[in-house]
Design a protein around this ligand. Structure first.
Ligand SMILES: [Zn+2]
Length: 253
């Protein structure tokens, strides 16, 4: 049995996994702890409780997905969306507290590994997984291996340049894909397209597009085009078996 932990900006999620199936789940507030050590203590308590509730079961290992996490070092590196603005060696901290090996990875890489082993990418050794939300995350499986690069930070589609000198990105550069096709990016695009009132989330823009709002429709048109450019570039670089994955995904829906 494995303990899986997903560290999010406001909520973290825990899951007990047996033979690739999640058999128990729990949610846990990421914010409101005195410091990262207090957070890790509370997280370990929550996990222990969940494990005990399952017939005195024990876990063999811990896998953690987090923003800005580096699998090669086990460190969350100054994640802008997390409460701790410094490096956090969370893999070692959780391993020390729970007494089993722990590994840590970028959340989009963890999503790619999950889809590859158990999800829509099962059996496909060349796969690209993109997560769209607050940011744009991505994980590349090439020749049956997760691409980490020499420093553990490869495969960041969201921070490839879409428009040179374009919008400011959270990474400090300008014109990244993430600055255009993330939630924040879509809200900015809606304004630029002449949206009458400011939209605070993407659902509002979608609702307005469905009722014929021209700026909202234009926002979706531009976003789709930008995302397509980003994905097409990624396909050129790595050659995933995209069509097969897409069909499988549709079949499952
Ligand atoms: Zn960027």
């Amino acid at each position: 049995m494995i303990l899986g932990i997903d560290i999010g900006g406001t909520t973290s999620k825990l899951g007990l996994v047996q033979d690739g199936k999640v058999i128990a789940r729990a949610r846990f507030a990421t914010t409101g702890h005195a410091d990262v050590h207090a957070f890790a203590d509370a997280l370990a308590r929550e996990a222990t409780q969940m494990i005990r509730a399952h017939h005195e079961a024990s876990i063999q290992a811990i896998g953690i997905g987090a923003p800005n996490a580096n699998q090669l070092t086990g460190i969350i590196e100054m994640a802008p969306n997390l409460p701790w603005k410094h490096d956090v060696p969370l893999a070692r901290m959780m391993s020390d507290r729970m007494g089993v090996p722990a590994t840590l990875g970028n959340d989009a890489n963890a999503a790619a590994l999950g889809e590859w082993r158990y999800g829509v990418g099962k059996g496909i050794d060349d796969l690209l997984v993109v997560t769209l939300g607050t940011g744009v995350g991505s994980g590349f499986i090439v020749n049956g291996k997760l691409v980490l690069g020499s420093a553990g930070n490869a495969g960041e589609l969201g921070h490839t340049i879409l428009i040179p000198g374009g919008r400011d990105c959270t990474c400090g550069r300008k014109g990244c894909l993430e600055a255009y096709v993330s939630i924040r990016g879509m809200i900015a695009t809606y304004s630029e397209a002449g949206g009458a009132e400011q939209a605070l989330d993407v659902k509002t823009i979608a609702d307005r597009a469905n009722t014929g709002d021209a700026a909202a429709k234009e926002c979706f048109r531009r976003t789709t085009e930008w995302l397509a450019i980003g994905l097409a570039n990624a396909v050129c670089a790595t050659g995933p078996k995209a069509h097969r994955a897409l069909r499988r995904y549709r079949a499952q829906r």
